[in-house]
Design a binder for this molecule. Sequence first.
Ligand code: GLN
Length: 344
Amino acid sequence: MMKKTYLGLLVFCLSFTLVEAQVEKSPVAPDYNKLQQIIDEAYKLFENDSAGAPADYIPELARVEPDLFGISVVTVDGRVFSAGHVEHCFSIQSISKVFTLAMVMEQLGQQAILEKLGAEPTGLPFNSVTAIEQQATRVGNPLVNAGAIATTSLLEGKSAAAKWKNILAFYSACAGEELELLKDIYESEAATNARNQAIARLLDAYGVMYDDPEKAVDVYTRQCSVGITTKQLAAMGATLAAGGINPFTGVEVMNAENIPQILSIMLSCGMYDYSGTWSYLTGLPAKSGVGGGIVAVVPGKGAIAAFSPRLDGAGNSIRAQKAIAYISQQLNINIFDPQSVGVE
Ligand code: GLN
């Protein structure tokens, strides 16, 4: 009798400790106080790093305050951890390519993406025309400009206006908040995007443009000009990490079956001609934009987003890269490390 009571007590204590441990455990970190501490450390470490320069081929981007720096982590269960200028709204730019890809993959299926757009890194700059001439699919992959404009041209919709409306609604559902167009950025880029127009026309000549090239470039320019904060960007990444379910609203916004393919393209092509080195250093699928944002996805756990306008030669934000790499290394998260993903 006594023995049974002791055993019962032991089981009770043990299960209480386990429940408590589970509650305290963040899906992206062993301990969420530690996670906040690591984010603060990353902010302090790179706060005064002024290497690189903001993009200037889009005049409005050259006017962004270069010292802005923000970091946010959103977990799949909707917890938010941040440091720095996380209220600042910047343009999503090329990170948008991932989410338009998700829409088109949902509409046309995975095989059509492979056949029409491809999944090969170009090894060349994001707006390369040489890559179009060299690659068998011409567009290379959906995360360089050629592939992204082709992706946007594939999107279902009666008109350019209808496509744009659907894009903004889908991005907002992924962020769990209403997003808006940054009008100044859009107008500035629309007035200076001759190169993207040339890319679209070249693709048209090769028979791989699926809408009027001018309209496709306009919708693409709008999607790049969507305003976003680091928290909203991390939420978009966390939606990918959570099998397509937005961690704030609980709404299933995309098909979970397509997410491994989307993340695979992010890993091989998301950081342009630096993607191989990025993968080697972090083992995390990520996407950058010339607005200074980067989001890295930790499948099943959450996402790390950072923003800083100064870029390297490939067009990737220098401080955002450093902050994300630091946080992921400190947390020991890397999809190729069996200790880090799926093992608690
Ligand atoms: N809108 C930008 C462009 O088309 C996006 C490029 C980027 O973020 N790398 O040039």
